[in-house]
Design a protein around this ligand. Structure first.
Ligand code: CP
Ligand code: NVA
Length: 303
């Protein structure tokens, strides 16, 4: 049985297979061809944090694959009343075929997976957001071809998205240039582990430097879910890190702009960039659906 708690839980070859399958499933869906390969399967989706894209893409995706999805908000389950994660994992995994969890501590999904009889997918933790990178790389390659050897610039917080871009450098072989304000760099242990596995990642505090020559520029909010009270202090620390036309001008002329969304125009990204011609954020968001359908199929076939 396989879990997907980080991108490093699948091999680079498996990651490639999932993206290829995502392309096939996308075509089938666009052409109205049925692809009910998960008929009779149930996905349980536990959410401790808000979500639009992740919830809807998994729920709609499971339906399109012929299965069923259950939305389990922690506030309306016994999880929210303190039932141990280990007990919840044993019970839920005896009733459903696959489980997604969006929560705070990464240790929570790890503990859940340890006690689960079925595959567990990380739908975002404070540490990583691996499903998003599958969709982002899929989107890049739809538009520009193989991402291996290309340069991705991450401008902003060393957060869960930055960490997944770091792990993705192992899976997909791009060069990642990160620019974060001092004190907001990515997790040093996660970075060292990815470098051990061959990730090509450089760090700086200069957004223009990170964007120089990039094929893809990407960013995310300055205060993630759970950090709302730090918003004001972070807004100060991140001054100069908004991805605007000046930063995009440092990148290659054909560079794409991505953002996992939701975005704050006028903070981490200028409206002229996210709503401009280099932005592919709507295609990126839609591709969550196709990439995760391929992921669900992959994990359920490898049991
Ligand atoms: N990008 C992303 O995960 O969006 P949601 O928070 O809406 O799920
Ligand atoms: N870094 C953001 C990503 C949201 C999809 C957060 O964790 O809130």
């Amino acid at each position: 049985m396989r879990h997907f708690l980080t991108l490093l839980d699948i091999s680079p070859g498996e990651a490639r297979h999932i993206l290829k399958r995502a392309g096939e499933l996308k075509r089938q869906q666009k052409e109205g061809r049925p692809h009910r390969v998960l008929e009779g399967k149930t996905l349980g989706m536990i959410f401790d944090k808000a979500s639009t894209r992740t919830r809807v893409s998994f729920e709609a995706g499971m339906f399109q694959l012929g299965g069923h999805a259950l939305f389990l908000h922690s506030g309306t389950t016994q999880l929210g009343r303190g039932e141990p994660i280990e007990d919840s994992a044993r019970v839920l995994s005896s009733m459903v075929d696959i489980i997604t969890i969006r929560t705070y501590g990464h240790d929570i999904v790890q503990r859940f997976a340890e006690y689960s009889q079925v595959p567990v997918i990380n739908a975002l933790t404070d540490l990583t957001h691996p499903c998003q990178i599958l969709a982002d790389v899929f989107t890049y390659e739809e538009l520009r071809g193989d991402i291996a050897g290309k340069t991705v610039a991450w401008i902003g917080d060393g957060n869960n998205m930055a960490h997944s871009w770091i792990n993705g450098a192992v899976s997909f072989g791009y060069h990642l240039k990160i620019a974060s304000p001092a004190g907001y760099e990515p997790d040093a242990r996660l970075l060292a582990a990815a470098r051990e596995l061959g990730a090509n990642v450089s760090l700086s505090h200069d957004p223009g430097d990170a964007a120089a020559g990039a094929d893809l520029v990407t960013t995310d909010v300055w205060a993630s879910m759970g950090q709302e009270e730090e918003q004001a202090i972070r807004a100060k620390a991140f001054a100069g890190f908004m991805v605007d036309e000046h930063i995009m001008a440092c990148a290659r002329p054909d560079a794409l702009f991505m953002h996992c969304l939701p975005a704050h125009r006028g903070e981490e990204v200028a409206a002229s960039v996210i709503d401009g011609p280099q932005s592919v954020v709507w295609q990126e968001a839609e591709n969550r659906l196709h990439a995760q359908k391929a992921l669900l199929e992959f994990l359920l076939r490898h049991q």
